[in-house]
Design a protein around this ligand. Structure first.
Ligand code: F6P
Length: 539
């Protein structure tokens, strides 16, 4: 087998030929292109044929995956080994969505029985709340849930709720994440405390924003209901004793373990508010979809393995062609939060500059991810996607069949999704533009000025991910697809995808500055920071 350094060199060298390659031309040159580059995964079809790689490049990329030990790393992760060595932890989110009665182990310790028990407890509470058996302090049934959390304790549940909320008209779910006081104020506004459950979600239960918002919400409950307001407060944490110290009664705390990374935690009790608002059946279906993707990832040979191929396409763009950004555009309004979710998923996981052994990484790691729902973004950043000076690879996610609304609008939405991918790839050559302008009777001098501006260079890559319907299972499969993609990339870059030291420094400085703003001694700062602190203290 090729060694890793050679595999990288071969792929990166081959990629240079892809710089000026006509992607569309590859379809004629490679009759097997669609067969090789369109793969079926659970709930999803993944089309990577509009990427700039040739089938020969694909072979080199697969060689890289093998040389980089993707298969062994996949085994290690699913076997619960400490794939997060900096924190000596497993990353076993797959255990959270496995069928009941499975036997997963984190660093040798059996975990499935505890996972199953938590899932059952969630289902029981969801059933009790939704049926009105469990009522509030004044005897009224619950009509709203407020989910308080941030980062991995927020993005996943928020995405799930936005995507699936038509399935539950019965209970409203609202979120508060930002420590900006406007966020929690807006979230609580108009809700009846007597009919609201507050779910505070924090792996550590020490996150400044979450605790600050939890204090406001608890005050809001107590102001209306007295001490009984605390019975409306639930906590989800991997540090239940800290949640207890905060004042949440022990029987209102749902736990999860340290082998669940924050940005991989939506499958755990972190999804409690979704289960309460959508029903446990919906939540279980969501887990089952993700489990199907886990099985696909675990059992499918690399050449048909959707997360592996998605990762390799990204690596081809990122490392082979030096592209530092990636756009994600779901053509589904209900998935408009997917890009936000993936920002943390990919950039917190793989935004690293030191490898797993503490050495500088050999090559660029995660790209900056951005995006929002199509077609809206066609009226925002697609000008740059088509004609800007940078080439930004794009993931398009589309849903074949609408679950709600006018089917005629859905057809328009799909037409736009497909058309954008086509337009990005085929472009519109200057000769065609010139001919059009000539036919319109434009003077040659004017054509010289306008034609370059109206030309589309094309050869701008995209991946197309299609689901039949936006069901809970399809959503679970989609999120798990991206989780595994991120993992594969991290393996090939030699980094730890499961820690996030880069968020620490800002937190430490913020707590020092807060102390100063609240009257503490001025600290040592650079002149710009000191001037800003002084300015705000004077106000
Ligand atoms: O952004 C940093 C981070 O540590 C994330 O990794 C995490 O998802 C988030 O903060 C929230 O942390 P917690 O769940 O402990 O409140």
């Amino acid at each position: 087998m090729t060694d890793l350094a050679t595999a990288w060199t071969k792929l990166e060298t081959a990629a240079q030929d892809a710089r000026d390659r006509c992607i569309e031309g590859l379809f004629a040159a490679e009759p097997a292109r669609l067969d090789e580059l369109v793969v079926e995964a659970p709930e999803l079809l993944v089309d990577l044929s509009k990427q700039p790689w040739s089938l020969a490049d694909l072979t080199l990329a697969l060689d890289l995956a093998r040389a980089g030990g993707v298969e062994a790393a996949r085994e290690r992760q699913l076997a619960g080994e400490a794939v997060n060595p900096a924190e000596d932890r497993a990353a076993l989110h797959a255990a959270l969505r496995a069928p009941f009665g499975s036997d997963y182990r984190a660093k040798g310790e059996p975990v499935s029985a505890e996972v199953d028990a938590t899932r059952r407890a969630i289902a029981e509470l969801a059933q009790a709340v939704r049926s009105g058996v469990r009522r509030g302090a004044t005897g009224l049934s619950f009509s709203a849930i407020v989910h308080i959390g941030i980062g991995g304790s927020d993005f996943g549940p928020r995405l799930v709720w936005e995507a699936l909320r038509p399935l539950s008209p019965q209970i409203e779910l609202r979120f508060a994440a930002n420590v900006d006081p406007a966020d929690i104020a807006f979230t609580l506004d108009g809700l009846d405390p007597a009919r609201t459950l507050v779910v505070v979600v924090s792996k550590t239960f020490t996150t400044q924003e979450t605790i600050a918002n939890a204090e406001v919400a608890r005050g809001w409950l107590r102001a209306a209901l007295g001490p009984a307001g605390d019975s409306h407060l639930l906590a989800v944490s991997a540090a239940p004793e800290v949640a207890k110290a905060f004042g949440v009664p022990a029987d209102q705390i749902f736990g999860f373990r340290d082998w669940v990374g924050g940005r991989y935690s939506v499958w755990s009790a972190v999804g409690l508010s979704c289960a309460l608002a959508l029903g446990a059946d919906v939540f279980e279906e969501f887990l089952a979809g993700a489990h199907d993707m886990d099985r696909h990832f675990r059992d499918t040979p690399l050449e048909r393995n959707a997360p592996v191929l998605l990762a390799l396409a990204h690596i081809f763009n990122r490392n082979g062609l030096g592209r530092p950004m990636r756009a994600v555009v779901p053509y589904a309004q209900r998935l408009h939060l997917l890009p936000n979710f993936l920002q943390q998923q990919e950039m917190e996981s793989n935004g690293k500059r030191a490898d797993i052994h503490g050495r500088p990484v050999a090559r660029s790691t995660a790209a900056a991810v951005f995006g929002d729902a199509g077609t809206n973004v066609q009226h925002a950043f697609f000008q740059l996607m088509h004609q800007g000076t940078d080439i930004i690879p794009l993931d398009i996610i589309a849903v074949a069949e609408a679950s709600e609304g006018d089917p005629a609008n859905q057809a328009k939405l799909l037409a736009n999704a497909i058309a954008q991918a086509e337009a990005l790839m085929v472009g519109k050559p200057e000769a065609v533009v010139r001919e059009e302008l000539k036919t319109q009777g434009m003077a040659p001098a004017d054509i010289d000025v306008l034609a370059p501006q109206k030309t589309f260079p094309g050869n701008r890559p995209s991946s197309f991910i299609l689901m039949h319907r936006l069901t809970p299972a399809a959503l679970g499969a989609l999120i798990a697809l991206y989780e595994h993609k991120t993992f594969v990339e991290g393996v090939l870059w030699g980094i730890n995808s499961f820690d996030q030291w880069g968020v620490e420094l800002g937190k430490t400085l913020a707590s020092r500055i807060l102390d100063e703003l609240e009257g503490g001694q001025p600290g040592a700062h650079d002149p710009s920071t000191a001037a800003l602190v002084a300015l705000l203290k004077r106000r």
